[in-house]
Design a protein around this ligand. Structure first.
Ligand SMILES: [Zn+2]
Length: 485
């Protein structure tokens, strides 16, 4: 068989003021053909997996474009269309293909389209025809639309948050698509709308238990796949929210019965699933009562959700309280980085740091900083062992806090975001990271206590108050207590 693969990912924060242009993808990842097999991101790791599986099974494998950008505002329409059409052009000119495997995010919005994934797959279908099999792997923070489910043969979402299971799910998608192409199964999909907007780390209850429930349901007769779309709360589209997707083997009624049954199991726990994080002052008060290393997460300024990454509130609070033996990262401020890199290691200078992107960034901080390290092309370990770039970065000592300032916007995934610059985390009292949940994989093993803080910023967790003014209807939990009634 002839198998095509491509990736196109951008989780769009429609509340972000910044458009995403081509530079966003160039700074993220933009690789084509064989070059796409060499990258270090999770999309490239998945491409290599699919290549290897095809090689083992004797199928011809053709990689197309793999494009990824850090979340920010809607993609400029011409940029979206240019990248989309490049994938479609490969399908036309390098095909025909029997199977297309697409590694998408699922919350991509351009300035002219609310559901870019369905748009892409619909156009791919028009080129490939009804007999070809199109499989899509998605991040659970997606707007999972009926349009996409209808036009693809199989959609499988990662089950874990942190997303450490992209390869496992990629293998399942490959197996399901091949079995479909060989006529061994016939996927029939059903979607259940839970009418919830939420945030569901799978590292704690009750979500961890629900993930086991989804996996158990997949072992039932006739069931091919069970996925839970967490949804991406910070995108205002008609399909924003949490949904359950079940794929059964040639059995639409089994798919719809199970999707509703599992969807209602999630729904019944909706209040317990709401994140209840302490506010910043309360979290810092808690430091007094605990010993060892405390990792605090600035959940609302997570670049991975489209936030600027330059909010200064946590740093300001640490400095005001005189907390020492602390580290904080990574503040996105390319101007400050350039100034400090120019001043060089050992320089002590007055600096206006962060707080520049808008009201959600808080205020810039005027500090006296000592430059302790400068590193070009600083990186950290990303999801699943991938590499995440921070670009030209500096270690600044400000009061008792070692601060990482980076020139590429990214959340913090791993301790090497600090240690790679020379910051020793052993003996630290507090490490503050800009991340909502993905930091857990790297930091939970070294932390005695982890506190996710309900900070103020661009991706706040007060879902009832999210400004859905355009597309998403307002009948959802927690805005409404019982929206399915
Ligand atoms: Zn995600």
């Amino acid at each position: 068989m002839r198998v095509f693969a491509a990736g196109f990912q951008m989780e769009t924060n429609t509340f972000s003021p910044w458009p995403t242009g081509l530079r966003g993808f160039e700074e993220g990842s933009l690789r084509r053909g064989g070059d796409a097999l060499d990258g270090e991101g999770s999309d490239h790791m998945t491409a290599r997996l699919w290549r290897d599986l095809c090689a083992d099974d004797g199928h011809a494998f053709t990689p197309g474009l793999f494009a990824w950008a850090q979340p920010s505002g809607p993609i400029v329409q011409s940029v979206y269309e240019g990248l989309r059409d490049e994938i479609l052009e490969h399908l036309k000119t390098k095909g025909p293909f029997d199977v297309a495997l697409l590694f998408l995010h699922g919350a991509m919005v351009s300035t002219g389209c609310d559901d870019c994934e369905a748009d892409l797959v619909r156009r791919a279908r028009a080129i490939m025809g009804d007999k070809a099999v199109i499989g899509v792997e998605l991040d659970p923070h997606c707007h999972l639309s009926q349009d996409l489910v209808d036009v693809a043969d199989a959609v499988i979402l990662m089950k874990h948050y942190p997303h450490d299971d992209n390869l496992e799910r990629g293998r399942e998608l490959y197996d399901l698509c091949m079995a479909t192409a060989l006529g061994r199964v016939r996927p029939t999909s059903s979607l259940f709308d839970c009418r919830m907007v939420g945030f569901y780390p799978t590292t704690r209850e009750p979500m961890a238990d629900l993930v086991e429930r989804f996996k158990a349901a997949e072992r039932e007769d006739g069931v091919l796949s069970v996925s839970f779309a967490h949804g991406f709360p910070w995108g205002d589209t008609p399909d924003t929210g949490s949904r359950v997707l079940v794929i059964a083997d040639d059995n639409p009624s089994l798919a719809s019965e199970m999707a509703e049954r599992i969807g209602r199991e999630v729904y019944d726990r909706r209040d317990a699933l709401l994140p209840r994080f302490p506010a910043l002052d309360l979290a810092l008060d808690q430091l007094k009562g605990v010993s060892g290393l405390v990792v605090i997460a600035d959940t609302a300024d997570n670049a991975g959700g489209g936030a600027p990454g330059d909010n200064t509130s946590v740093l300001a609070a640490l400095l005001e309280r005189g907390i020492e033996k602390a580290a904080l990262g990574a503040i996105w401020d390319p101007v400050a980085v350039a100034v400090c890199a120019e001043a060089g290691v050992g320089a002590r200078l007055s600096l206006r740091l962060g707080g520049k992107s808008g009201p959600t960034s808080s205020d810039p901080l005027d500090v006296t900083a000592t430059v302790r390290a400068v590193k070009a092309d600083h990186t950290q370990t990303g999801l699943g062992g991938s590499t995440s770039d921070l670009g030209l970065s500096v270690w600044l000592e400000i009061g008792g806090v070692d601060v990482v300032v980076a020139s590429i916007r990214t959340q913090v995934f791993s301790p090497d975001a600090f240690t790679g610059l020379g910051i020793d985390l052993s003996g630290k009292r507090v490490v503050a990271v800009k991340s909502s949940q993905h930091f857990q994989g790297g930091f939970a093993p070294i932390a005695d206590t982890v506190i996710q803080v309900a900070t103020r910023g661009a991706i706040q967790m007060d879902f009832a108050a999210l400004p859905y003014l355009k597309k998403r209807d307002l009948n959802f939990h927690p805005r409404v207590a019982d929206p399915l009634a």
